[in-house]
Design a protein around this ligand. Structure first.
Ligand SMILES: Nc1ncnc2c1ncn2[C@@H]1O[C@H](COP(=O)(O)OP(=O)(O)OP(=O)(O)O)[C@@H](O)[C@H]1O
Ligand SMILES: [Mg+2]
Length: 495
C-alpha cells in the first residue's frame, strides 16, 4: 500500500533577476523520512527550502501539504502547518534563557502574563525528550553551538513540527555533538516527523538518509533511495563529472621552517608550540573549543597573547599586528568568513583582488585587463558559480562566498597559510580544486597549517598532525602512522 505523502513540491521553479535558481523541481517527503538534499554551492538547496518556509515565493509550481495545496505560503502559514527550519546560523536570542527562546512567539500564558514556571517545566520536558540535560533557565549565550542547535530542535518540537528542515546543521558541530544530533534525528524519524537535511559532508548521507535528491544548477538531477547509491555515484551526480582522487596531496621534501609558534599562551590556550616547514601541510585537529582558532588568530596578530613568540620566514612577528604578518608573507583564512573575510557590499572581483593589489599592480597603476584575467582564472579554478565577476558578494550562496575568500588569499602570493576550516560548507567539486591548489602551493615551497574538524580531510591532506585539547597541544602524529581513532582519543584527552 502506498503511504500517504506528507509533503510535495510539484513543478516548482524560482527565478531571481538573472538567475534561474530552481527549475521544475518535483520532490516529496514521507512521514518519518530523512530526505537528503545535496548539490554544489549555488545549486538551489537553500532556495528550495526557503520556498517551503515561505521566505521566498515560487515563480511557478505548487506545494502540497498533507494532500492539500498551500495557497499562498508565508513564514507564518508554514509555521502554523508544522514546518520548522533549523538554519546553520542559529536564530536564538543570546540574552534570553533556553525556556524563553523555546517559547518565543508562542509563549505559555497565565491570564495575560507569561507563565515562566510553566515554560521552564515544559522546556525541561522537551529537552529531556531529546536527551539533553541542561537547566532551561540557562542563558543561550552561555551554551555551545551544539547545545544551541538542540534548543532549536526543542523549539521545533514545542510547535509540534511535522516537518523539520536542517540546512547544513553539522558544519560547526563537534563529532560527539554530531552523534547526538543523529540520535535525535533517528528519534524524530520514529515519531513520524519528516525531515529534509542539507549537507556537504557526504558520509552523513549514508548514516542517516533514507532518500537523496541531487540538485545541479537549479535542476533536479536525481531522486533515489540511499541503498541505490554509492559514494562515487553521489559525487559524480553532484559534480557532473568523475572525481578520481579527492585528496591529491603527495608528500614533499620538507625545507626550512617558515612558521614557528613558540610557547604561545593566551586566554584560551597555553604553551602552544607548532612548526611548519616549506613544502609541508600540517593539520591541526581537535574538538570545537580546543583553542585552535584562538591560537591561529593570536599567532597572526588579530588577538593578543600573554607570552610566547611567533616567527614567519625566520622573522619575529610583533604582537597584535596582522598587517606586518601579511607583509612578511603570512595569511589567515578565517573560520568565520562572512564576518572577517568578505566585504558583502563589494563585488567578487573587488573582494578577490583586495589583498593583492600591490602584487598585481606593482607600479601603483591599476591594470584592468590583467586584474580581470587573474580574477577570471580563480573563478574558473574554484568553479565559482556566478555569471559575472562584478556580482556583489551578498547575492552569492553561502559556499560560493567562501570560495571568493579562498580565491582572495590564493592570489596574494603568500608563503605561509593558515587555513581555518578551509572547506566547510563547500561542495565536493570545489573541495577537490582547493585540495589541488593546496598541494600546488606547497609544491612551490609554501607552508600550510590547516585547522580542520573534518577527520577525513585531516587524514587525506596532512603530512603531520597536531592534536589540541583543552587549549594545549596534546600530541603530534605523523600522518603515515596515525589513525582516526588515535586522533579522537587525543582530542578527548584534556577536556
Ligand atoms: N535573494 C537572492 N537574490 C539573488 N540571487 C539569489 C538570492 N538567493 C539565492 N540566489 C541565487 O540562487 C542560486 C541558488 O542559491 P542557494 O542559496 O539556494 O544555493 P545552495 O544550493 O543553498 O548553495 P550552498 O551549498 O552554497 O549553500 C545561487 O545562484 C544564488 O546566487
Ligand atoms: Mg545553502
Amino acid at each position: 500500500m502506498e503511504r500517504e505523502k506528507l509533503l510535495e513540491f510539484r513543478h516548482v521553479s524560482k527565478s531571481f533577476p538573472g538567475v534561474k535558481a530552481l527549475e521544475d523541481i518535483n520532490v516529496d517527503l514521507y512521514p518519518g523520512e530523512v530526505h537528503i538534499l545535496v548539490g554544489e554551492n549555488g545549486a538551489g538547496k537553500s532556495t528550495l527550502m526557503k520556498v517551503l518556509s515561505g521566505a521566498y515565493t515560487a515563480t511557478s509550481g505548487e506545494l502540497i501539504f498533507e494532500g492539500k495545496r498551500i495557497e499562498k505560503n508565508s513564514p507564518h502559514i508554514s509555521e502554523a502547518l508544522g514546518i520548522s527550519m533549523i538554519y546553520q546560523e542559529l536564530n536564538l536570542v543570546p540574552e534570553l534563557s533556553i525556556a524563553s527562546n523555546i517559547f518565543l512567539g508562542h509563549e505559555l500564558k497565565k491570564g495575560c502574563f507569561v507563565d515562566t514556571r510553566a515554560q521552564e517545566k515544559r522546556a525541561a520536558e522537551l529537552l529531556n525528550e531529546i536527551g539533553i540535560r541542561v537547566d532551561p533557565r540557562t542563558l543561550v549565550k552561555n551554551l555551545g553551538v551544539g547545545t544551541q542547535q538542540m534548543v532549536e530542535i526543542a523549539k521545533a518540537l514545542s510547535k509540534k513540527a511535522k516537518v523539520i528542515v536542517f540546512d547544513e546543521p553539522t558544519s560547526s558541530l563537534t563529532d560527539s555533538e554530531i552523534q547526538e544530533l543523529f540520535g535525535i534525528i533517528r528519534l524524530l524519524r520514529e515519531r513520524g516527523v519528516g525531515m529534509f537535511y542539507i549537507s556537504h559532508r557526504l558520509e552523513e548521507l549514508f548514516k542517516i538518509g533514507d532518500r537523496v535528491t541531487v540538485l545541479r544548477d537549479g535542476r533536479q538531477i536525481l531522486t533515489d533511495t540511499i541503498d541505490h547509491m554509492t559514494m562515487e555515484s553521489v559525487i559524480e551526480n553532484i559534480a557532473g563529472r568523475k572525481i578520481e582522487n579527492l585528496f591529491p596531496h603527495v608528500r614533499k621534501e620538507a625545507g626550512e621552517p617558515l612558521l614557528e609558534i613558540k610557547s604561545l599562551s593566551g586566554d584560551k590556550f597555553q604553551d602552544v608550540s607548532m612548526t611548519v616547514r616549506a613544502g609541508e601541510i600540517v593539520g591541526v585537529s581537535g574538538l570545537v573549543g580546543a583553542g585552535r582558532t584562538e591560537t591561529a588568530r593570536a599567532a597572526f596578530g588579530i588577538d593578543p597573547y600573554t607570552s610566547g613568540e611567533v616567527y614567519v620566514c625566520g622573522k619575529k612577528l610583533a604582537k597584535h599586528n596582522p598587517e606586518r604578518a601579511n607583509k612578511l608573507g603570512m595569511c589567515l583564512l578565517p573560520e568565520d568568513r562572512k564576518l572577517e573575510g568578505l566585504a558583502l557590499s563589494l563585488s567578487i572581483r573587488e573582494n578577490t583582488v583586495i589583498s593583492s593589489l600591490r602584487a598585481l599592480n606593482p607600479t601603483g597603476i591599476i591594470n584592468d585587463a590583467k586584474e580581470r584575467r587573474e580574477v577570471q582564472k580563480s573563478i574558473d579554478e574554484l568553479e565559482i558559480a556566478t555569471s559575472t565577476m562584478d556580482k556583489l558578494a551578498k547575492f552569492l550562496s553561502g559556499g560560493t562566498q567562501q570560495k571568493v575568500v579562498i580565491a582572495k588569499w590564493l592570489m596574494s602570493q603568500s608563503k605561509v597559510f593558515i587555513f581555518d576550516e578551509p572547506t566547510r560548507g563547500i561542495d565536493v567539486g570545489a573541495k577537490s580544486s582547493i585540495y589541488q591548489l593546496m598541494d600546488d602551493l606547497v609544491g612551490r615551497g609554501a607552508a600550510i597549517l590547516m585547522i580542520s574538524s573534518d577527520l577525513t580531510e585531516i587524514m587525506g591532506m596532512s603530512d603531520r598532525i597536531y592534536v589540541m585539547s583543552g587549549g594545549t597541544v596534546v600530541g603530534e602524529l605523523d600522518q603515515r602512522q596515525a589513525t582516526q581513532s588515535d586522533i579522537l582519543q587525543l582530542a578527548f584527552s584534556n577536556v
